[in-house]
Design a protein around this ligand. Structure first.
Ligand code: GRF
Length: 208
């Protein structure tokens, strides 16, 4: 029996990357991950529907209620994570930067998927469709996705995996976004999450 890591997937939008994790679970591709909780920073996100349809516990912690009070927001997050024994956090389109104390609490236990090849088109302001607009404006011929450990900087932290995707003649930000999701994000995120979770299990079994 493989040791499993209680995992929270944090989302703010449609949750297609959450779906990739759910599909990978059904195929037995993420044996070290227990999808224990979905946290949505917005009411009514489609990700919540996906959680419900797949029997995954879900909560809403509304980011907009806290404005600059990041500590208050994180306190509410922790009130959901701690009682469930969550050890690993996957950010899948979660539009919040955590404070250093929160990052330190989950050191090497938080990963994020970004829809570009870091260090290109990342950092403050590069989220959603803007990332792809910037890539097309620059004229790059390759873009892609990156999964990385999260630190207290925007899109910082050690890279776990990357996958390149070709930009095609006539691409719009929307077509490029979709191709990067299909060819890179949805493939990479389950693989990288499994890698990070297996590492947590190993550390648990053989503490350094
Ligand atoms: C993805 O492009 C992801 O890379 C970025 O936010 C988007 C979330 O999309 N961090 P979805 O909610 O998983 O469909």
């Amino acid at each position: 029996m493989v040791g499993r890591v209680k995992t929270a997937v944090m989302v703010s939008g449609s949750g297609s990357n959450l779906q990739a994790l759910i599909d990978a679970r059904a195929k037995g591709e993420i044996p070290h991950i227990e999808l224990s909780l979905v946290v949505s920073s917005k009411q009514g996100s489609y990700a919540l529907e996906r959680a419900g349809q797949n029997g995954i516990d879900a909560v809403v912690v509304e980011r907009r209620r806290y404005k600059d009070d990041i500590e208050g927001f994180e306190r509410e997050l922790l009130s959901h994570l701690a009682p469930r024994g969550i050890e690993f956090i996957v950010l899948a389109g979660f539009l919040t930067i955590f404070s250093k104390p929160f990052i330190d609490r989950y050191k090497d236990r938080i990963i994020n998927v970004h829809p570009a090849l870091i260090p290109s088109f990342c950092g403050k302001g590069f989220y959603g469709i803007r990332v792809h607009q910037a890539a097309l404006e620059y004229g790059v011929k390759l873009s892609g996705a990156t999964v990385h450990y999260v630190d207290e900087t925007v899109d910082g932290g050690p890279i776990i995996m990357q996958k390149a995707v070709s930009v095609k003649e006539g691409d719009t930000p929307q077509t490029l976004q979709r191709r990067i999701m299909e060819e890179a994000e949805w493939v990479l995120l389950p693989k990288a999450a499994e890698f990070a979770a297996a590492r947590i299990v190993k550390e648990r079994e053989c503490p350094v």
